[in-house]
Write a new protein. Structure first.
Length: 69
């Protein structure tokens, strides 16, 4: 039961990080200009932060798949 909860938690946080990091990356690159009042728009540092966030999320998703049943 404990491993199952850990696996689900890693998957939920992994997906959340991948999605939010992807948005940050696209905003930082100026591809997604939403919301219009965001301070991240066309700021390359947010593209870097978003890329790192996507990577961390992907690592969490990968590690959740390695947890034995």
């Amino acid at each position: 039961m404990g491993k199952r909860i850990l696996k689900i938690a890693l998957q939920v946080f992994g997906v959340a990080l991948v999605l939010s990091g992807g948005l940050w990356t696209l905003q930082g690159l100026g591809i997604v200009m939403w919301p219009a009042s965001s301070f991240m728009l066309a700021d390359r540092s947010w593209a870097l932060y978003g890329g790192i966030t996507v990577l961390v999320g992907a690592i969490l998703l990968w590690s959740s798949g390695r947890i034995a049943r």
